[in-house]
Write a protein that binds this ligand. Sequence first.
Ligand SMILES: O=C[C@H](O)COP(=O)(O)O
Length: 222
Amino acid sequence: MFTKQAHIDGLLEQKLLPLFYHDSADTSVLVLEALYGAGIRYVEYTNRGAAAPANFGVLRAAASHMPGLQLGIGTIKNPQQAEQYLAFGADFIICPSMNAEVAAVAAAAGRLWIPGCMTPTEIAAAENAGATLVKIFPGNILGPGFISAVKDLFPGMRFLVTGGVEAEAENLASWFRAGVSGVGMGSKLLTKALVEAGDVKGLMAATGHALALVQEGQHAQI
Ligand SMILES: O=C[C@H](O)COP(=O)(O)O
């Protein structure tokens, strides 16, 4: 199993974390395969529907045929959910909120925990609970200026922004210029039209395009 730091390094090398949920297990596998085919190795499946636990198990099995794939679970809001998905083999846990009980569950299992924060108070609480990478959410509400304003308060902390991030050069560059180390993208990357059409080629093309834009955007990083 990778160490927590190895997961942070791998995720931030990828710089783009695709995230998605779909009620259909078959569609979920199709999206995962498209992401993998486009070169993605870190994926967040989100706990956003009744079928999420069952689908995660199906994805976990599918991932056994995808060497190097690291499959995390997102939208974890309490320690019970964290325990449930760790038992299913989640490689890492991502939350929309800062919850010290979830941190403790992940730490006991030796797995990476990425809390969601939208205030300096939450980032400080995450830091005190052991996080060195936080998800800044919702990014489009906070804006890149939030990162610029708080990053000097937290030397050593890395930021992954999600929520409303666009697959568009200037939007991505603005986040990297502000100081994020990576971006999470859901609906603007894996669009409803592509997913519902089961358009593997389209999903792969969109992901490849976003990966290229993110790599360009990071050169804007100060
Ligand atoms: O936690 C992740 C966000 O809800 C994803 O937002 P997005 O679909 O705008 O990328």
